[in-house]
Design a protein around this ligand. Sequence first.
Ligand code: HMH
Length: 221
Amino acid sequence: KSKVSVIETWLRKHRLLYVGATRHPFIHSIRDGSVDVSSFKRWLEQDYIFVRAFVPFVATVLLKAWKESFDATDLDVILSGMASLNDEFAWFNKEASKWGVSLTNVAPQKANLDYCRFLESLMSSEVEYTVAITAFWAIETVYQDSFAHCLEDGSNTPEELRDTCQRWGNDGFGRYCHALQSIAEHHLEKASDDVRKRTEAAVLDVLEYEVAFWNMSQGDT
Ligand code: HMH
């Protein structure tokens, strides 16, 4: 008999919130081509700031994997994620010049500051590896699921936005998210009820911060 995974159970239980984070009106507007250019530019500027804060978070996940996991593949998968963040900065700079956006001196908006502060709380050495790696999976998966939706058959994503959607919506990024999910699931299976509860709460926090981030991009902060 096949047992439903911990993560699958949570995704079913919190379906509405997950759909809210991955099928947001901003994503729909990209997919149907009605996206407002100023919203897209705001998203680009703000996401650059977020990704700058995401790097040290991923570094702490890597550190915890090294200390707490006996499986060497954890480290490999997280390291590959860090390597792609390096490419991502080159991409942000290229994309910013394409849209005539300057990435220096952008003021982070409230939803972004709140999300970055949450990331910072997860960087604490008190936060267990299971909590951190699962939050990491959730953060990456929201973008993967959202942007892959904009590339599906029947989507009407404008040509100039396809590069952005490809960045997170491509199959390789999808496989990477699945690898993160397997790692997270493996640790959740072994975790205490207390750690599991706190991990579930962190995943819900991620989903809520992601919704607020999309809202901010559309200008309704
Ligand atoms: C807000 N969530 C946000 N930005 C991102 N770049 C990702 C997730 C994926 O890395």
